[in-house]
Ligand binder design. Structure first.
Ligand code: CP
Ligand code: NVA
Length: 300
């Protein structure tokens, strides 16, 4: 198949990923100026959501509308996918009607199977393993606020989850160093970490990981699908909260990011997420602009 997918950050060349950040910043200016930019007129995005979403659905749907196209929301509750029609058959059918397909699901292997049977580009809108669209927005946010992230230090505090895995890939692709502080037993997948070489390392202690960091990032302690582990995880992650002490260990101009939704009082204090170093609202908004750049690139 000749089309380009976006299942992980490793699907695109580093220069392409930087180009997406540049285009996202341009698209943001166009939108803010009220300048029409209907580069995807009449194009259709199919959006398959097997997990909840606020930002991802809103940003893809608004983004397609602003680009002159259309987005169709599909949930397992009211599609045949939810009644056992296979992933392969669903991919064959949806990709004959849509120009691009976005999927949020559980097993990463499912999106790989889907994309193998799709005629059109497939975008990973979060799996248990990765959340690459969020990283496009996070990188855009860093570049807007502080310039190039290459050579900088990013501290990941918390679970070695889908967001952590995408940060590991981003460290490789955008050229920063990722210090990961996670409790034992909640490490990122060894293969993903090893493939990043010296770009990503487990530091374990949150204060050590955050020391002189240019960006501090965290995420929920229990991801979607792990709700029943909440109490156990609260105990395991008790020492992994991003608070003012941790932010003080970081560089003086360090930023704080969180993909959201957040739990104030768990992974981050209200003082930090609602404080001056936090850029979480720009980060959330940038999902819109970054994904518009991605859609344009995949449908170019
Ligand atoms: N950050 C993010 O993907 O948010 P939603 O789950 O609301 O889409
Ligand atoms: N790690 C979180 C990210 C939510 C956007 C989850 O998978 O639920």
């Amino acid at each position: 198949m000749s089309h380009q997918n976006f299942l992980t950050l490793l699907d695109l060349e580093p220069e392409t990923l930087r180009g997406l950040v540049r285009r996202a910043i341009e698209l943001k200016k166009l939108q803010q100026a009220g300048t029409p930019h209907e580069t995807l007129k009449h194009k259709i995005l199919a959006m398959v959501f097997e997990k909840s979403s606020t930002r991802t659905r809103m940003s893809f749907e608004a983004g397609m509308a602003q680009l002159g196209g259309h987005a169709i929301f599909l949930s397992p509750r009211d599609t045949q996918l939810g009644r056992g029609e296979t992933v392969e058959d669903s991919a064959r059918v949806l990709s004959r009607m849509a120009d691009v397909i976005m999927i949020r699901t559980f097993e990463h292997e499912k999106i790989e199977r889907f994309s193998a049977h799709s005629r059109v580009p497939v975008i990973n809108a979060l799996t248990d393993l990765y959340h690459p669209c969020q990283l496009l927005a996070d990188m855009q946010t860093y570049f807007e606020q502080r310039g190039d992230i290459s050579g900088k230090t990013v501290a990941w505090i918390g679970d070695g989850n889908n967001m952590c895995h995408s940060y590991i890939n981003a460290a490789r692709q955008y050229g920063f160093t990722l210090n990961i502080a996670c409790p034992e037993g909640y490490d990122p997948e060894a293969g993903i970490l090893q493939a990043a070489g010296a770009s990503a390392l487990i530091i374990r202690d949150p204060l050590d990981a955050a020391r002189n960091a240019d960006l501090v990032v965290t995420d929920v302690w229990a991801s979607m699908g792990q709700e029943e582990e909440q109490a156990k995880r609260e105990r395991a992650f008790a020492d992994y909260q991003v608070d003012s002490r941790l932010m003080q260990a970081a560089a003086g101009d360090a930023l704080f990011m969180h993909c959201l939704p957040a739990h104030r009082g768990e992974e981050v204090t209200a003082g930090v997420i609602d404080g001056p170093q936090s850029v979480v609202w720009d980060e959330a908004e940038n999902r819109l602009h970054a994904q518009k750049a991605l859609l344009e690139f995949l449908l170019r």
